[in-house]
Design a protein around this ligand. Structure first.
Ligand SMILES: *Cc1c(COP(=O)(O)O)cnc(C)c1O
Length: 397
């Protein structure tokens, strides 16, 4: 079969995206119910979403915001991160993770990754700790939890906060415990962007066991005022509030929360489907020439937010970018998670240099995210496998 990139017939007629949300009638009914109610912004639906989310995670508090970016920003601010502080994180992430530190004038310090999970390598953290280091932000890449025992041991020894970026990890378990409920966590940040494991259109959540951090986060998400509009409305006293901190307009409206609620109730269904497809890929792609798969530790439950393959350039006559073009020509959607944060022009302008994290740099040039979303059919998944095999076999050395 000739490859589509060389003029052949594509494996699929219609384009298969790499990720997609799944909205059903119950999501629509919940949203309509909110739209017909007297309350659209942060109110009863948001309170309910926070309650069900903290029950799900097993944390003492949950604070809903309009994005995970806002959640990261507020968490760092609530923990007192400020100008001149250093914050340790991974470069294999979306720029939101380290941007949150930059918002506060703190400096992101990037640590190299483990080549098999693409998570931050705990063995490389301590050598980068200085007197200015205040926090570690591990990112549970693709939904595979980081080595949290090692990370928390280092944090405790050096008196650092741990803010978990759990944008991919709403379903993940680390040694049987939900991400967001480990070690009396300082703060864990979740995302409900449409491409994530569940969606509220846009949205984020902080979970914490610390009442002080929760109080500060509730205030900072809405201008730093002492009572949100719902409480003021409930108390039927207008103007009864004080602004005590310089906060932000980061609250989650009830329109988003109602979608978050119906999606959270279906998370298990979504994840059963994601896991089934991922396991199909794990077995079907295990021995394809020029393709390497990521590893999954036996003490975690993977949330499979994304499915990432690594190209082995020594075994193929094409590079990653050409492999992507060949997949796209067959109507298979792709993405790259991630182009390293510090290689973006803005970070380069701050003085970060190529060569900082050599393993991450090498892997970042070899990875491809292939389609994985819960609504995908068995045929969709088979098309992906067929296409990867077709391209890899054609170009194998
Ligand atoms: C998506 C994502 C974010 C940001 O989430 P938003 O809700 O879009 O702000 C942060 N970190 C990681 C790792 C992400 O994938």
């Amino acid at each position: 079969m000739e490859l589509a990139i060389n003029g052949g017939k594509p494996v699929r007629k219609d384009f298969l995206p790499y990720g997609l949300h799944w909205i059903e009638q119950d999501d629509i009914d919940g949203l309509v119910d909110t739209l017909k109610s007297v309350w659209l912004t942060t109110g009863p639906k948001t309170l309910k979403f926070e309650e069900e989310f903290r029950n799900y995670v097993g944390s003492n508090y949950a604070i809903a915001l309009n994005s995970a970016t806002a959640a990261l920003h507020v968490s760092l601010l609530a923990l007192g991160i400020k100008q001149g502080d250093e914050v340790i994180t991974t470069p294999m992430t979306f720029c939101a993770t380290s941007n949150a530190a930059l918002y506060l004038g703190a400096k992101p310090v990037f640590i190299d990754i483990q080549p098999d999970t693409l998570n931050i390598d705990p063995k490389k953290i301590e050598e980068k700790i200085t007197k200015r280091t205040k926090a570690i932000i591990p990112v549970h890449y693709a939904g595979h939890p980081c080595d949290m025992d090692e990370i928390y041991t280092i944090a405790k020894k050096h008196n650092l906060f741990v803010i978990e970026d759990a944008a991919h990890a709403v379903w993940s378990l680390y040694k049987g415990k939900k991400i967001g409920s480990l070690y009396g966590t300082d703060a864990t940040c979740f995302s409900f962007h449409p491409v994530k494991n569940m969606t509220s259109g846009e949205g984020g959540m902080i979970t914490t066991d610390n009442g002080l951090i929760a109080d500060k986060s509730f205030k900072l998400r809405l201008h730093g005022i002492t009572k949100d509009a719902w409480k003021r409305f409930g108390a039927k006293v207008s103007g009864d509030y004080e602004m005590t901190d310089l906060g932000f307009k980061y609250n989650m409206p009830d329109i988003q929360a109602s979608l978050g609620l119906s999606q959270l109730r279906k998370l298990e269904k979504f994840e059963i489907s994601r896991t089934k497809i991922a396991e199909f890929y794990n077995s079907e792609l295990a021995n394809v020439p020029g393709i390497e798969l990521l590893k999954c530790r036996d003490y975690v439950r993977h949330a499979y937010h994304i499915y990432v393959i690594k190209i082995k350039p020594e075994d193929l006559s094409i590079d990653r970018d050409t492999f992507i073009k060949a997949l796209n020509a067959e109507n298979i959607g792709t993405s790259v998670h991630y182009r390293l944060v510090y290689l973006h022009p803005y970070y380069q302008s701050l003085g970060y240099k190529k060569g900082l994290c050599p393993i991450a740099e090498d892997i970042s040039s070899r990875i491809i995210t292939i389609p994985l979303f819960p609504k995908m059919s068995e045929k969709d998944a088979k098309d992906v496998v067929t296409t990867i095999k077709k391209i890899a076999n054609f170009y194998k050395k």
